[in-house]
Design a protein around this ligand. Structure first.
Ligand SMILES: [Zn+2]
Length: 499
């Protein structure tokens, strides 16, 4: 009989937090898992990059390969750019049906014998099968509109979201106008997870998929925004009042995940669990002070390149794409940007000036942690562009995005199965080990071109050269507006609104 597996992706899942909360007696199911699973500290790629790299990481998890091989190198790559077989294709090849809920780069949704709900970076609301698309409508909802859209609630109910969860969500919508910004965000994250989970459980039950995936983004967001309120040691400046208000949000997020995992387990007693994360989280002092971003339009005007380039934000980076026929030479432009300096210190205005493989130029304004200036200095600083001086604050916005944690290289990997002979910590692993581990667990052949190996020798696995012959997707021009992706990036906070 085929083994059934449920894979849960806990975005930014971190053992330091899990262990601390277990010790406090708050995560009974994680405690059970740690005592009854094989687990490992799983290393991801270096996290200090200029752009969010989650598509790269998730594709490495999916293919068992490094980015150079699978070719997903940029945040703007699409799934047809992937040249290596992913776990869905490989398992399909051996007759397993697969359902995925939120795996990166699963848009446009394809049929793997179950359901495919693309991740939040999808460019439209398509799902497989198509009748599930109301779940994608939910993520596009602007603040406050949800209740007005009673219709969407009925659609969600119809596709399998349970009524109680929907009722909780709607009553939260009624009271949330009395909440402050942080509480509102936190509640929304919690309810979104509950709605997703409710639908996921229903889908697994109805489609009877052999291997299914569920994604939990709650852990990543909760750590980014709420870490500092429960970390007195690293953030002594947080007031008692704030600590009282938000101090248990991170813990509550993990309790929610603990409950989600237990619910998945109890509803699927015949399945084994694979729990993975794409990276861990760690506190950052830098994020807790203000960040600086470029006033893009003003900058383009002052440098006389307005109309000749496109510009948008990815995180704090401004990405510049030189228009064709603009007469601008990207190489010259890079030299020009590097020579813009802050007066009187003489340091560079941009701490990052880089070009990627497709010719886009990334610019990042020198931040407080790298610069020689303090917040109170800003109004006196000048910027020298060519031979002209401009006020620093005419070119730079000061943001008070409070991020007190950021991505850490080390995430989690746990495998739970009733019949495990070995339990406990099995040493460190990498994201390339996930797919080989899954295949070994299912007694399927590994491939010689994998960059990882099974966490544990579950079976006497044979080897084939490669699974890449399974990639049927051919590269085709997809005519879609990048604006849709940018809108999503904005919503996620990666992109700032255009000026
Ligand atoms: Zn994150």
């Amino acid at each position: 009989m085929k083994k059934k597996v449920i894979i849960v992706g806990i975005d930014g899942g971190t053992f330091t937090l899990i262990d601390r909360f277990i010790e406090e007696g708050k995560l009974p199911f994680f405690k059970f898992l740690k005592e009854n699973s094989i687990y490992s500290y799983m290393d991801s790629v270096e996290q200090d990059t200029r752009v969010p790299i989650s598509p790269t990481i998730w594709t490495s998890l999916a293919t068992g390969k490094k980015a150079e091989k699978h070719k997903i190198l940029s945040f703007f790559n699409l799934q047809q750019d992937i040249v290596s077989a992913r776990w869905f294709e490989i398992l399909n090849h051996y007759g397993y049906s697969v359902g995925t809920f939120g795996w990166e780069l699963t848009w446009p949704p394809e049929n793997y014998g179950g359901f495919t709900i693309p991740c939040s970076m999808a460019r439209d609301n398509r799902t497989f099968p198509s009748y599930l698309s109301p779940i994608m409508e939910l993520r596009g909802k602007k603040k406050g509109n949800l209740l007005k859209n009673i219709f969407l609630f009925f659609k969600l109910k119809k596709i399998g979201v349970d009524f109680l969860t929907l009722t909780q969500l709607s009553s939260n919508m009624l009271v949330e106008k009395f909440y402050d910004k942080k509480l509102k965000l936190f509640k929304r994250l919690i309810f979104l997870n509950r709605i997703n989970l409710s639908l996921f459980l229903n889908l697994v039950k109805n489609f009877k998929t052999d291997v299914s995936f569920f994604f939990i983004p709650l852990s990543d967001s909760a750590a980014h925004y709420f870490w500092k309120y429960s970390d007195r040691e690293n953030f002594p400046e947080v007031s008692d009042e704030e600590r009282k208000k938000y101090g248990d949000f991170l813990l509550k997020a993990y309790i929610e995940i603990d409950n989600s995992l237990r619910t998945i387990y109890e509803n699927n007693k015949n399945s084994s669990l694979f729990i993975i994360s794409d990276h861990g989280m760690k506190p950052i002092r830098e994020g807790s002070f203000k960040t600086l971003s470029l006033k893009q339009k003003s900058f383009l005007e002052k440098t006389n390149i307005l109309g000749k380039v496109e510009i948008y934000f990815v995180g704090l980076n401004s990405v510049i794409v030189v228009k064709e026929n603009s007469g601008l030479d990207p190489e010259n432009l890079i030299g020009f940007f590097k020579n813009i300096i802050i007066k009187p210190s003489g340091e560079r205005f941009f701490e990052v000036v880089e070009k990627d493989e497709s010719g886009r130029i990334f610019l990042k304004v020198t931040q407080f942690d790298k610069g020689k200036f303090k917040e109170e200095d800003l109004s006196n600083l000048k910027v020298l562009i060519g031979t002209d001086y401009f006020d620093f604050l005419s070119l730079v916005d000061v943001n008070d995005i409070e991020r007190s944690a950021d991505h850490d290289k080390t995430g989690i990997f746990m495998i739970y199965d009733k019949g495990l002979k070995f339990k406990g910590n099995i040493g460190n692993s990498t994201i390339y080990d996930f797919l080989p581990s899954l295949l070994s667990f299912l007694n399927l052949p590994l491939a010689k071109d994998f960059d990882g190996k099974p966490l544990y020798k579950f079976s006497e696995t044979t080897m084939i050269d490669s699974y890449d012959f399974l990639v049927k997707r051919k590269k085709e021009e997809v005519k879609v507006d990048d604006e849709f992706v940018k809108e999503e990036l904005r919503r996620l906070g990666y992109l700032k609104d255009r000026e």
